[in-house]
Ligand binder design. Sequence first.
Ligand SMILES: *[C@@H]1O[C@H](CO)[C@@H](O)[C@H](O)[C@H]1NC(C)=O
Ligand SMILES: *[C@@H]1O[C@H](CO)[C@@H](O)[C@H](O)[C@H]1NC(C)=O
Ligand SMILES: *[C@@H]1O[C@H](CO)[C@@H](O)[C@H](O)[C@H]1NC(C)=O
Length: 154
Amino acid sequence: MNCLVFLLVVVCAAGFVLSDAEDVSAKIRIVDSISDFKLANPDVQLMKLDSQSVRAGKTIHYSLGGRVAGDRLVGTSRGSHSWAFPQNIQLSLNYPTNGGSGAVVTYVSIHVNQTSNQGRGYVLNGGIGQRFISIIIEANNTLNFSYNAEIYGV
Ligand SMILES: *[C@@H]1O[C@H](CO)[C@@H](O)[C@H](O)[C@H]1NC(C)=O
Ligand SMILES: *[C@@H]1O[C@H](CO)[C@@H](O)[C@H](O)[C@H]1NC(C)=O
Ligand SMILES: *[C@@H]1O[C@H](CO)[C@@H](O)[C@H](O)[C@H]1NC(C)=O
């Protein structure tokens, strides 16, 4: 767990802020294979987000959990960036922003547009039923990346 926290700090320090809205903090960074999280942490079992391709794979909808009666939108984040050459990038999202405890998370929905169909999302920390969540979205070999993330909770 210490290792996870440390790596996340490195991600944040190396990243640049795309946008901050409400209670989600978001960082995006370009990765190389050496710093790839899975390579650095081969034993960590990460919960994958469900993903669904739309528009010939260029829009990916990631989701986790499900809406429940009485939940509400508790955090949003959106942003976009483009590069001159294809990049492997990681977006890290953290709810709540201050790292404390927020609403109990029920559902996470993240729409991503990119120019490749190579993408994956997973939970680093916290999750459905907990008061915090940290998510990583990977997009490889892409010229641009735009996302719209929504977190619901009670
Ligand atoms: C992205 O590229 C990295 C480095 O090659 C690899 O470890 C990772 O599995 C790739 N992710 C996807 C979603 O293709
Ligand atoms: C991403 O690149 C594609 C292809 O060049 C372009 O059609 C699309 O508008 C770009 N999207 C963003 C958000 O820059
Ligand atoms: C993705 O692209 C579609 C079609 O251009 C657009 O309607 C949608 O708002 C975009 N979503 C994001 C998260 O950029």
